[in-house]
Design a protein around this ligand. Sequence first.
Ligand code: PLP
Length: 235
Amino acid sequence: MTNSIADNIGSVTRRIQKATMAAGRKPGAVRLLAVSKTRSPGEIRVAASEGLHAFGENYLQEALDKMAALQDLPELEWHFIGPIQSNKTRAIAEHFDWVHSVDRLKIAKRLSEQRPDALPALNICIQVNVDDEDSKAGCTLNDLPELARQIAALPRLCLRGLMAIPDPSQSDAHLKRSFQTLAQALETLQEELPEVETLDTLSMGMSSDLELAIDKGATWVRVGTALFGERPAKS
Ligand SMILES: *Cc1c(COP(=O)(O)O)cnc(C)c1O
């Protein structure tokens, strides 16, 4: 049998603490985003009862259904981490606390326009294509400074930092380079946009490579499989 969610949370938390210490970073510098795509409201409930409160979802309708089923847990924080089509921005702006996967201005503008006034500004990470593969989502390093400047000027968004999904099947050396590239890009942005005081976030690292990401400065690691077990094939 596979381990329980509670056991898995314990071991992932220890991995994060160990890697944070090994990197000489402050305890608590790295937060755990539980990636709950394909997982049931019941599984999220168990994870919440074990102390997790930030959950990452990739598919809008699935996420909305779970939020409705978990309305009695208002302390949960929801992060959208999947590809975003224009027709999904309104529901994302209305229901999420963070979006990690913004990679073009059109989407950012819509999220800003559609963010309800009653809610705080929506936290945004720009997804960067650090591997520079044509097929993958994410803005290029070249386009990043201009996109960041434009997003920082949008009234209902709060630009927090950068996100990347380097292919976890790459070698450790390759992954380290990719994480380092993202960390360097954030530093450059902080220098170029000193007026944006909220640029403190690097969303990088997943189940199999979170130690490498933490070593390079991750502040959110996005972990699914190591918490909830292998995902069922998506139907
Ligand atoms: C699914 C997913 C994860 C989690 O991946 P695991 O390998 O299961 O930890 C992290 N980030 C994004 C963007 C994902 O889609």
